[in-house]
Design a binder for this molecule. Structure first.
Ligand SMILES: [Zn+2]
Length: 271
């Protein structure tokens, strides 16, 4: 599932492909629920003729700022991706000026494109993006101490910090040696600082490696050119139950925390 590093990778690759500054000449929506509440025809009419002025990212949202003043906010959800060449499962095709075309691919069909007048209608519900200056240790510590909930669902809560999903949450907790079921207001200042730094660290490494792909299936994350992300070698916990912990050599275990599969080291990550 695309998280902050995967969305950042896709956004920067679309910029590198020259999508910014291109005019939307026509749009073909093959799976109408993607653009709800618009119909496929309404959506195409609303965006055709606009220029994509800027591509940016907040948390797991990708934002296309349009010359019309509206913003196209894209959430890839389970398996959305972009390509510059036609493929299978293309749910939306955006034909651009200068002969470019953008193919939005989504095997699972859960991704959503929201055309909004003001992005704040969605962004105001999010906590600070995990890689911005607004996400500080002071903010993070206060947010954890004032709640009395398990730590893993809290760092997955986009209203507290935007960007983490299941992979990078498990990775950050492993890196910080914090058990995923620890109750937030029982973490020491040292543990909170380790976890805060680990969140930023695992996301930055994920971006540097152009995202994490854990399999070769069609639902797996792909870069814009179709390649897998290269962060797999850096993954220490997620999806590695039964394998030895690379820090203490004990066996990693999988459990369910707040309905999410969770892998951790029962020795390094103490309760
Ligand atoms: Zn360990």
């Amino acid at each position: 599932m695309p998280e902050l590093p995967e969305v950042e990778t896709i956004a920067s690759q679309l910029r590198a492909h020259g999508v910014e500054g291109k005019e939307i000449r026509s749009v073909k929506v093959n799976w109408a629920p993607t653009v709800e509440p618009y119909s496929a025809a309404q959506f195409a009419e609303a965006v055709t003729g606009s220029t994509i002025d800027q591509i940016s990212r907040v948390g797991k949202w990708m934002l296309f700022s349009l010359s019309s003043g509206q913003t196209l906010m894209i959430h890839l959800r389970m398996a959305g991706s972009f390509a510059m060449e036609k493929g299978s499962h293309d749910r939306i095709v955006v034909n651009l000026s200068d002969g470019l075309a953008l193919y939005y691919r989504d095997t699972r069909k859960f991704g959503r494109w929201k055309l909004v007048d003001d992005p704040q209608t969605i962004l105001s519900k999010l906590g600070p993006d995990a890689l911005t200056r607004q996400f500080t240790l002071r903010y993070f510590s206060a947010a954890m101490k004032k709640r009395h909930r398990m730590i893993k669902p809290l760092i997955l809560d986009q209203g507290i910090v935007a960007g983490l999903g299941n992979i990078y949450a498990d990775e950050a907790l492993w890196e910080a040696r914090v058990h995923p079921e620890r109750v937030s207001d029982t973490l020491s200042d040292a543990e909170l600082e380790r976890l805060f730094k680990a969140i930023k660290h695992v996301l930055k490494i994920g971006i540097k490696n152009r995202g994490t792909s854990l399999g070769d299936g069609k639902t797996n994350y792909r870069q814009v050119d179709g390649d897998s992300g290269e962060n797999r070698a850096e993954v220490k916990a997620y999806g590695k139950s039964g394998k030895p912990c690379s820090r203490c050599k004990n066996t990693l275990v999988k459990t369910v925390v707040a309905q999410r599969g969770t892998t951790f080291c029962p020795v390094c990550q103490v309760v």
